[in-house]
Design a protein around this ligand. Structure first.
Ligand SMILES: *Cc1c(COP(=O)(O)O)cnc(C)c1O
Length: 472
């Protein structure tokens, strides 16, 4: 019975929201904070305390007074949490360059500047300045897309998933689309070729087998209801061993013979030949256009290193039809994205410049020696903490491009392994993730590792500070 009494007494001692509000509002720090935020935070913390008291079963756990200072400190913390944006920066120390969960690509400086310019001012988004009349939203990127890809025409939508859906719907709604069985991919976030096909109103016609598809498989599947031949770049996996697939020129030949359009979903899409940097060659957009694909679709924020977008290049006549499709309006690209995309694409006029200025490309192509130097520098910076509980060592590890591209490619990289006395690797990982901004590393063989390939130069101090706080 004593316990009940104690609980009741504590509940009665809980301060009212108004009383705490008055106290908090007196604090200078909160003069600009909306009252609704303060009230929400106070209610939350008091409610939490109330339920804590009610849930305390054993007599010993119930202290006989409410610690007001602790309550206030919890409230301040809650206010800070509510006021912070939910979408916020993180440090990507995973070594996965195009990390889908961490925002895929960082924009080039030029692209960021252009986003600010277009966001802060009116623009000719849909206005033809020369003629003084309404213009096309896509005209700002069409020229540059054609210039670097060699295509007749081009346009952009919200993302590549939208691009594939839109192209299928425009070219082959109600008709059969022939795809090799080995190319029916699923990529992260539940994009599956058979499902997109169904949504676009097309009928999937699978041909060949998982490991082998031949030109005759396409030929034999063609009938009067065939609308399109589709090739999907199996970007996130590879089939090896006894395999055969139909090359782009062979697809083009079959399409031409039967007067059928041929489309390729390149997935990642790149304008750069990665083999020049000692990496595996990824088929380029130019390859597909040159091979005579009528339509090619790819992402703006994977290997391309731009903003999220779905890029469509190909034959003028088909792009014209796609533009008139009512779906296009529903999938249209935003002006900030368009600004960033145009600036990013312009950097590709000079491939060397692109590799230098576009963060995604710079990180993927950065030589091992340079990454190792960065690891050395980070170690020296951390060592300035002079804490004997810290043990650091540089390890040769592998980075990945991510973004579902070059799945087999291990890029040699340098990582800093961190051990802290009396802490497990899991514990360090958790503590680094709890830092603000969150630092996302990885654990290999029970060692917490920061991969320097994806860490930006201005993030060294964030890492050093995080470790300092963990050790404190
Ligand atoms: C990533 C990918 C997509 C989807 O692109 P998003 O830009 O993420 O919408 C479609 N097809 C393939 C083959 C892909 O790799």
């Amino acid at each position: 019975m004593k316990q009940m009494n104690n609980q009741e007494m504590l509940l009665r001692k809980l301060p009212g929201v108004d009383r705490i509000l008055e106290r908090i509002q007196e604090e200078q720090e909160y003069t600009g904070t909306p009252k609704s935020v303060l009230v929400d935070a106070i209610r939350f913390v008091i409610e939490k305390k109330r339920s804590d008291i009610l849930q305390t079963r054993t007599f010993d756990d119930v202290t006989d007074d409410i610690n007001i200072d602790q309550l206030l400190s919890d409230i301040r913390q809650k206010i800070a949490m509510i006021m912070k944006p939910n979408l916020r920066r993180t440090v990507n120390a995973t070594g996965v360059v195009v990390h889908t969960n961490l925002g895929r690509s960082l924009l080039a400086k030029k692209a960021i500047e252009q986003v600010i310019e277009i966001a802060s001012n009116y623009s000719n988004l849909e206005f033809d300045i020369e003629k003084g009349q309404r213009g096309l939203r896509y005209s700002s990127v069409e020229d540059i897309l054609c210039e670097i890809s060699g295509a007749e025409s081009g346009m952009v939508v919200n993302n590549n998933a939208a691009a594939v859906l839109l192209c299928l719907e425009t070219m082959a709604k109600g008709k059969e689309v022939i795809v090799s069985r080995g190319e029916l991919v699923e990529i992260g976030g539940s994009f599956r070729i058979p499902d997109v096909m169904a949504k676009s109103g097309c009928i999937l016609k699978e041909v060949g087998t998982t490991n082998r598809t031949h030109p005759r498989d396409y030929e034999e599947a063609i009938n009067e209801n065939t609308g399109l031949l589709l090739k999907v770049h199996t970007s996130n996996y590879t089939i090896t061993g006894f395999t055969a697939d139909v090359s782009l020129p062979e697809m083009e030949k079959i399409g031409k013979k039967h007067s059928l359009p041929v489309m390729e979903d390149l997935g990642s899409g790149t304008f750069i030949d990665f083999s020049r940097y000692g990496l595996t060659r990824e088929p380029t957009v130019q390859d597909s256009v040159r091979a005579g694909m009528d339509i090619v679709t790819f992402s703006g924020d994977k290997l391309l290193g731009g903003p999220q977008a779905g890029i469509i290049v190909g034959k003028k006549e088909i792009i014209g039809k796609i533009r008139k499709n009512p779906l296009t309006r529903a999938l249209r690209i935003d002006k900030l994205t368009l600004a960033a995309l145009e600036s990013t694409l312009r950097l590709y006029r000079d491939p060397k410049n692109a590799a230098r200025c576009i963060p995604t490309l710079r990180m993927i192509t950065e030589p091992y020696e340079q990454v190792h130097q960065k690891a050395d520098r980070l170690v020296r910076n951390i060592e300035e903490l002079h804490d004997s509980r810290l043990v650091l060592n540089i390890k040769k590890i592998s980075s990945k491009t991510g973004g579902g591209a070059l799945p087999l490619l291990d890029i040699p990289s340098a990582g800093v392994g961190i051990r802290i006395q009396d802490m497990t690797a899991d514990g360090i990982e958790k503590a680094m993730r709890a830092n603000d901004p969150a630092i996302i590393g990885r654990i290999e063989e029970d060692l917490y590792i920061l991969d320097l390939r994806t860490i930006q130069d201005d993030e060294f101090s964030i890492i050093v500070n995080a470790l300092k706080n963990i050790l404190a």
